[in-house]
Design a protein around this ligand. Structure first.
Ligand SMILES: [Mn+2]
Length: 475
């Protein structure tokens, strides 16, 4: 394909020649004879001519398939250049903006030359330049913490309780970055993995999570937390050597190094960038774990996703074992989980696209969020609120499609005063002692609990934040 570029700046000509030449047959037209001569001597195919004259283009031997790139510096109108190209029979024309943009002038040009396409030099350069710069800054940061951890004897990579795929994968990735093995850096948690799909992941990828106690934190020379911040351990961990997390930054602890990016969909995305920045070999096992983590933390890009999550996914995909991921995902559906789904479908209430259900007593907590996630897949369901009792705790899981009111606000509104309640816009959880629940809402059982939850949802979704405040004052 032939490209005829009408330019004014030498730097633009040299750059375009450099980037376009391997793929296109490129010629340049420039007004200044000395510039044309100099660049011609440098081996660039260039001619001097008046770009506002039709015969300049006729002389350039154009055809209907010639592509024109017209540099617009913003200093002088390119109207007459475009007119001459059109009169000479040119049809494929791009305006390359290299100077300050003038939206009004651009609109006028568009109106006069409807076939015109725009390109902005800074927009074209920005993504690559920004990626390169941030990669090099990440590299410096990673090298610093690598050095800081290098000579430590005992290293702990600490995860949150009941570690999920993102925590497990992040632990593995960080151990890789620290160039350590399971004997020289342990991946630990105060409470181990319980969910069946997470256990399956840990088994299939051979990830050992060692049980640790807060009392043993002092035995480690260096501690890093991933997918969690030290405040989570309730004052038992005042400082950490390294914190890598994608949850909003919390106060109340100190860290020698930290990389917290709350706009990322997973901690594994941050660690993919760390691994890429320092060019560490990523094993199939680590790539598989991280790919699975990104998929699961973002619900396969349906929630809280950033462009960088997609980029990390694309980067990891060819390095990972996709068949293994399918197997791990299969583990989510178990006979016992289906029993709770079944209970919910029998006793649940569907009203105004809100599905509420009380599933009674369950031996493990994960049946509750699992059921909440399950019913969110139904057509016409925008919110799910599932409650259950585990031991002496009344637990509520809330899910929504993210574009309505805040799920975190819902649990705080009803349960914040009697237990722990919190979460994000699209998912939230409350854990309250059964006794406190009964004290506040009455000694409800079975369908009465379902009805009460459905009522709470209705009230919450129909009140404005102002009503809530008024009621709080009245109480
Ligand atoms: Mn996470």
């Amino acid at each position: 394909m032939r490209v005829l570029a009408i330019c004014q700046d030498e730097l633009v000509i040299r750059s375009l020649d450099e980037v376009l030449l391997p793929s296109f047959d490129v010629d340049f037209i420039v007004e200044s004879r000395p510039v044309a001569r100099r660049l011609h001597d440098a081996g660039i195919q260039i001619m001097a001519g008046d770009p506002r004259r039709v015969d300049t283009y006729l002389k350039a031997d154009i055809s209907p398939s010639t592509c024109f790139i017209v540099e617009n510096t913003g200093r002088r109108s390119v109207r007459r250049i475009l007119g001459a190209i059109l009169d000479a029979g040119g049809t494929l024309t791009y305006v390359l903006h290299t100077g300050p943009r003038n939206p009004k002038a651009a609109d006028e040009l568009k109106a006069e030359f409807p076939g015109l396409a725009d390109m902005d030099l800074s927009e074209l350069i920005r993504p690559t330049l920004v990626t390169e710069l941030s990669r090099s800054m990440t590299r410096a940061r990673v090298q610093q913490y690598q050095r800081y951890f290098a000579d430590a004897d005992r290293v702990l990579i600490l995860l949150h309780n009941d570690p999920d795929p993102d925590a497990l994968a992040s632990g593995l990735a960080l151990r890789n970055l620290l160039r350590r093995t399971k004997t020289t850096a342990i991946i630990g948690a105060v409470q181990g993995v319980t969910r069946p799909e997470n256990l399956r992941m840990a088994n299939m990828l051979d990830i050992h999570v060692e049980p640790v106690t807060p009392a043993s934190f002092g035995e480690f020379e260096r501690i890093a937390t991933v997918d969690v911040q030290p405040h989570y351990f309730g004052g038992m961990l005042q400082r950490a050597d390294l914190v890598i997390d994608h949850h909003p930054e919390q106060p109340g602890y100190s860290a020698v190094f930290k990389d917290i990016r709350a706009d990322y969909g997973s901690t594994s995305t941050i660690l993919t960038e760390h691994l890429r920045a320092v060019d560490v070999n990523i094993s199939e096992r680590t790539a598989t774990a991280m790919l699975y983590a990104i998929k699961s933390d973002t619900l396969f890009f349906a929630r809280h996703t950033n462009r960088v999550d997609l980029e990390a996914f694309t980067f990891l995909y060819p390095l990972a074992d996709a068949a293994l991921i399918r197997k791990m995902e299969g583990a989510e559906i178990t006979m016992e989980r289906l029993r709770y789904v079944n209970r919910a479908s029998q006793d649940g209430v569907m009203k105004e696209q809100i599905f509420s259900a009380f599933i009674g007593e369950a031996p493990r907590e994960d049946f509750i969020p699992y059921t909440a996630d399950f019913f969110l897949q139904l057509e016409d369901v925008k919110w799910t609120i599932i409650a259950g009792v585990v031991g002496t705790s009344f637990i509520v899981s809330v899910r929504n499609l993210g574009y309505s009111r805040n799920a975190g606000e819902f649990v705080k509104r009803w349960f914040g005063d009697i237990g722990s309640a919190g979460g994000h816009r699209a998912m939230a959880k409350a854990v309250v002692p059964v006794a406190k629940f009964q004290e506040k809402f009455g000694a409800l059982e079975g369908p009465a609990v379902t009805a009460r939850i459905a009522e709470m949802a209705e009230t919450f979704l129909h009140e404005s934040p102002g009503d809530k405040k008024r009621e709080a004052v009245a109480r």
